[in-house]
Design a protein around this ligand. Structure first.
Ligand code: PLP
Length: 381
């Protein structure tokens, strides 16, 4: 298999699995138990918290463990809103993941006002629209993603955060696609909350974290027992948290080296595709992009057909967000970029990881051109 769908999910690092195993077998104590067996699990969780904090460049006390990116995003929005009444306006970008889009749309139905900041043809953020939106006195929060899951486009979080600070607006950042791929030094950044998810950086699925800057006015979203210092009820998923901690440590350790290597593979892949296949276009902001993501439009084709033939040759990629695969409509991200139909319909996302090898790229380069040539002769849109 040639796996080029790492923005959907990543392979569990074998070292992460090894770290998790004892907690799936012998070390099953409840971290809330006061006996030593339970307290060993507690220590393992606190170690994981420290490892995640190191990756993010923040204090361990600022890390709240969650069940993943979706919960972190929901908890950020609802937890902030609860403290900002009566303000009812939320500022988001037009290219957020559904983990933000869906709760925001539900809030709109409940009477909240949503201001969507547009992007341009390259997916670049509409800074002027953001400045204008912040003039509003009713703004409860701004929630903007760091890296786009489909195109890899990066937004200038520092500038956006500084603007939010100026207007005293709490700022949440969805960094699910950024964590483990680019350096995030939160101590030095003007943002209040930030979401990450372990399965995007070789950790287990169903596990994530919400960074909550010390002093941020935020209300717990999931209530129950006193876990997570009364900030999220529910017995912790100890093996998964241990796995996320280990994954964070590994990502932190080799971030620069890994991302340089991934980017050089990605660039070789794109250059070759570009020279081997006519009428191909790279989508997104080529100046500010994740090192691992390549969103390529094969003009005039349907991405679904391309993916099907790629999958027959055991090459895994995706069209738009994984969850919108199966529908023929271009994703909301490509729509928001106002990509012409002949490009938007044929856009395929290839995403690499530190486990992607030069041989994977060579194999992909052997598979893709004949498939595109075949589709262009048989299936023009
Ligand atoms: N935010 C972004 C930008 C994502 O790419 C994803 C997942 O693809 C999520 C949030 C949701 O994360 P999770 O799958 O951990 O719920």
């Amino acid at each position: 298999m040639i796996y080029l769908d790492n923005n959907a999910t990543t392979q569990l690092d074998p070292a992460v699995r090894d770290a998790m195993l004892p907690f799936l077998t012998d070390r099953y104590g409840n971290p809330s138990s006061t006996h030593r067996f339970g307290q060993e699990s507690r220590q393992a969780i606190e170690q994981a918290r420290f490892q995640v904090a190191e990756l993010l460049g923040c204090d361990a006390k600022e890390i709240l463990f969650t069940s993943g990116g979706t919960e972190s995003d929901n908890a950020a929005l609802h937890g902030l809103l609860a403290m900002r009444a009566p303000r009812k306006t939320l500022i988001v970008s037009s290219v957020e993941h559904s983990a933000i889009r869906e709760p925001v749309q539900a809030l709109a139905k409940q009477g909240h006002r949503i201001i969507e900041i547009p992007v341009d043809l390259h997916g670049r953020f509409g800074l002027d629209a953001f400045k204008l939106a912040l003039q509003n006195t009713d703004v409860a929060l701004a929630s903007i993603m760091w890296a786009n899951n489909e195109t890899g486009t990066l937004f200038d979080i520092r500038t956006l955060g500084e603007l939010c600070r100026k207007h005293n607006v709490p700022f949440h950042v969805d960094a699910v696609q950024a964590a483990g791929k680019i350096p995030l030094d939160l101590r030095d950044l003007p943002l209040d909350l930030l979401s990450i998810s372990a399965h995007k950086f070789h950790g287990p699925k169903g596990t994530g974290a919400l960074y909550i800057r010390r002093g941020t006015r935020w209300q717990p979203w999931q209530r129950g027992g006193p876990q997570e210092h009364d900030r999220r009820g529910g017995t912790e998923n100890v093996p998964a948290l241990v796995g996320m901690g280990q994954a964070a440590e590994l990502a932190h350790l080799d971030l620069q080296k890994d991302s340089a290597q991934i980017q050089s593979l990605r660039d070789r892949f794109e250059n070759q595709i570009h020279s081997l296949i006519p009428d191909t276009h790279i989508n997104g902001d080529l100046e500010n992009r994740l090192p691992n993501t390549s969103n390529i439009a094969f003009a005039g084709l349907e991405a679904e057909a391309i993916l099907l033939l790629l999958s027959e040759q055991t090459l895994c990629a995706s069209a738009g967000a994984a969850c919108s695969s199966g529908s023929l409509e271009p994703s909301h991200v490509l729509r928001a970029m106002h990509l012409p139909d002949r490009l938007a319909h044929g856009a395929v996302r290839f995403s690499l990881s530190r486990f992607t090898t030069p041989a994977d790229i060579d194999a992909a380069l052997a598979i893709i051109p004949p498939i595109i040539a075949r589709l262009r002769t048989t299936l023009p849109v």
